[in-house]
Write a protein that binds this ligand. Structure first.
Ligand code: GDP
Ligand code: MG
Length: 256
């Protein structure tokens, strides 16, 4: 199975040496795609330097900054052009350990369509996070479970996930290339809720989140993200075999 690791980046100059180190001997990934989304620091320069020692690294770079959901969608498109089988997405801030990727890919091979590195299952842990940030991710997942309830899913808002590429391809084809409406971090939740309408098999592996390893500043805009979550729960829902979800976007429906 051809596996791509998509790394969305906005001003991650400090994290790039750590990412380079943690992927250097990683055999479970065939291609690394860094999506540099209008960074204003030396992210692009650092990526180019990394590329001189990492032949698997591809760079997708554009300006101005368009937000995490667009960067993920652009990464998906690029990945599908490369005809990969599995797309793994992860934060580029050194808080997610690449060691989980092998287990996530294995689960896809065994039949899962989406695998979540979850903060809310037995064996997971979170260190270095403020009580408020812990509450936010726990509260977001509780809220989503209350309104949506997707089988096998407890962590709705993590960006550390593996997707079967054919599922993403089908979603993009059926939605006219547009997967999410949000341009803030709630788009990470929205993406999952819309993919859910295709009845994917979803499973989770426990994540040990090491927030104390974070060197870059957090880009989460908390109020905007909370408003984004509320907007999601207010939308019309559909029921699929995977649970209560959001419909895929169409060209003239569900757009802002
Ligand atoms: N492409 C892109 N990536 C972003 C943007 N904002 C944040 N990110 C990336 O998304 C990931 C999550 O952001 P992060 O600051 O780690 O959030 P936190 O860990 O939840 O505090 C990191 O890899 C960021 O570099 C953005 O506007 N565009
Ligand atoms: Mg992060």
């Amino acid at each position: 199975m051809l596996v791509i690791l998509v790394l969305p980046m906005f001003n991650e100059e400090q994290s790039i040496p750590l990412l380079a180190e943690s992927t250097r001997t990683l055999q479970s990934v065939d291609v690394i795609l860094a999506v540099n989304d209008g960074s204003t620091d030396s992210t692009l320069g650092k990526l180019k330097r990394w590329q001189t020692i990492e032949p698997r690294l591809k760079i997708l770079s554009y300006t101005p900054n368009q937000g995490l959901p667009k960067a993920l969608t652009a990464g998906f498109r690029k990945a599908l052009e490369m005809d990969v089988d599995v797309i793994v997405t992860m934060d580029s801030d050194a808080t997610h350990s690449t060691e989980l990727i092998a287990a996530m890919v294995r689960k896809i091979r065994e039949g899962s369509d989406i695998v979540i590195a979850s903060r809310h299952v037995l064996g997971s842990s979170e260190t270095g996070l403020s009580a408020f940030r812990k509450l936010l991710s726990w509260g977001a997942s509780r809220l989503m479970r209350l309104f949506f309830s997707i089988k096998g899913l407890r962590d709705y808002s993590t960006n550390y996930r593996a997707y079967r590429a054919s599922l993403v391809r089908e979603a993009l084809a059926r939605s006219g290339g547009r997967l999410v409406t949000a341009d803030d971090f709630s788009g990470v939740v929205e993406l999952l809720l819309r993919l859910c309408s295709l009845s994917p098999r979803i499973s989770e592996v426990p994540l040990e989140l090491h927030y104390e390893a974070k060197l870059s500043s957090s880009k989460v805009r908390i109020m905007k993200t909370i408003l984004g979550y509320l907007r999601l729960i207010a939308q019309p829902k559909v029921v699929s075999r995977a649970g209560v979800c959001l419909p895929l976007l169409t060209d003239n429906r569900n757009t802002r």
